[in-house]
Design a protein around this ligand. Structure first.
Ligand SMILES: NC(=O)c1ccc[n+]([C@@H]2O[C@H](COP(=O)([O-])OP(=O)(O)OC[C@H]3O[C@@H](n4cnc5c(N)ncnc54)[C@H](O)[C@@H]3O)[C@@H](O)[C@H]2O)c1
Ligand SMILES: [Zn+2]
Length: 360
């Protein structure tokens, strides 16, 4: 049951024990000149020892970056490119990205651009990276506070998914990753959404099967529409406003940190509100989901001045065409409408709706 594998858009993803076998076979067949591993300060302590034990690797070059979104920058790339160069990387080197989405996004981008591209393997260690960031082939960094503005789509050589890494992941980070799994449910099936609601937050390592189903959902979507002309846009559900909220929080020095999944939860509640007003998502269902989400996640106060700044940030959204902001909306679970134009007044109503929600 825990020995799964699938090919996602040309990129094999392997689960648990199967992952370590596949990794060993790959290294035996490839004969890389040098193996580099990119970690952040947390995954160096919490995940590298387990990785070394499971992989049996000894002679590898470890490169460490700071933890967290504020390090997903081109400056960090320059440091890593320099390290690769100074430590003798060549076109036949391998880069392993061991960490959350920041490490896999940035490491993937560094690998795709160093010497016009070297092989890289993603070993996601956060829930969010397992179900989302590490699969699908999108790599990149932020430009200032603007998310993922610089990047490239290229699949990793392989993805190794071992849920045991989750044993050390803080609960708040587990919830952040769960947001993407809830999104996978909303864009495909209510049945999966309901199962994800019962995810064991305290023992995430036991939830390999649910995690794998999320990978399968992402894989199905990405394989059907690799270049994001249509269905892949549904993976951005809740992200139009979610990313703007995340950027606004990144830009505001006095605000406490808001994680990607936490911003996406707010973005999804807002998008559901708009969906019910614009494309006939059931209001009753919307209220039910909003209640589920505010019971699981803290409510974040969004002030009038925040709203203005967030709405202004929408102009940078990647889905924009000809200056128009495009939303992904849902008619029901798994039934979507892409490229929807939404008036600012409706976005304001959605913020009112969010701020009036009460925890049960
Ligand atoms: N490429 C894509 O398709 C895609 C999709 C979704 C999200 N993303 C990106 O992913 C990023 C968010 O990913 P994230 O939530 O993993 O962030 P992250 O990489 O910052 O990891 C979250 C935190 O958990 C720590 N951590 C990771 N694994 C751990 C473990 N096993 N034990 C203890 N601590 C651990 C990290 O050090 C970090 O402090 C964002 O930049 C987002 O834009 C990319
Ligand atoms: Zn996301």
């Amino acid at each position: 049951m825990n020995n799964k594998q699938l090919i996602s858009n040309g990129m094999p993803v392997y689960g648990n024990e199967r992952a370590w076998q596949a990794f060993e076979q790959h290294l035996n067949s490839q004969k890389y000149s040098t193996i580099f591993i990119l970690v952040d300060t947390n995954t160096k302590r919490k995940c590298l020892p387990y990785f070394l034990q499971k992989s049996g690797l000894q002679n590898i070059e470890v490169m460490v970056i700071g933890a967290g979104e504020t390090n997903k920058t081109i400056d960090t790339c320059v440091t890593v490119w320099n390290e690769l160069s100074e430590r003798g990387a060549d076109r036949n080197s391998l880069l392993i990205n061991l960490g959350g989405g920041v490490v896999t996004d940035l490491g993937g981008f560094v690998a795709c651009t160093f010497r016009r591209g070297i092989d890289f393997i993603n070993v996601p260690t956060s829930l969010l990276a397992m179900v989302d960031a590490a699969v699908g082939g999108k790599n990149g960094v932020d430009l200032g506070v603007l998310k993922n503005q610089i990047g490239i789509i290229r699949p990793a050589t392989m993805v190794l998914l071992d849920s045991d890494f989750l044993k050390t992941l803080p609960t708040r980070e587990v919830l952040s990753g769960l947001a993407e799994m809830l999104k996978h449910g909303m864009i495909t099936s209510e049945n999966y959404y309901q199962k994800v609601l019962k995810f064991s937050i305290n023992y995430p390592e036991t939830e390999f099967d649910l995690i794998w189903q999320s990978v399968e959902i992402k894989n199905e979507v990405v394989t059907e529409d690799p270049l994001e002309h249509g269905r892949r846009k549904t993976l951005n559900f809740g992200h139009t406003l979610g990313h703007a909220i995340e950027s606004h929080w990144l830009a505001s020095k006095e605000k406490s940190e808001l994680l990607h999944g936490e911003a996406v939860i707010i973005g999804m509640i807002l998008a559901l509100y708009i969906s019910a007003e614009e494309v006939s998502f059931s209001r009753e269902k919307r209220d039910e989901i909003a209640q589920d989400l505010v019971s699981l996640y803290d409510k974040i106060p969004i002030l009038e001045e925040d709203r203005i700044a967030i709405i202004d940030l929408l102009k940078y959204d990647k889905k924009n065409r000809n200056g128009q902001v495009n939303f992904v909306l849902l008619r029901q679970f798994g039934d979507y409408e892409i490229s929807c134009k939404v008036a600012n007044t409706l976005i304001n109503d959605a913020f009112d709706y969010y701020s009036e929600l009460k925890k049960n």
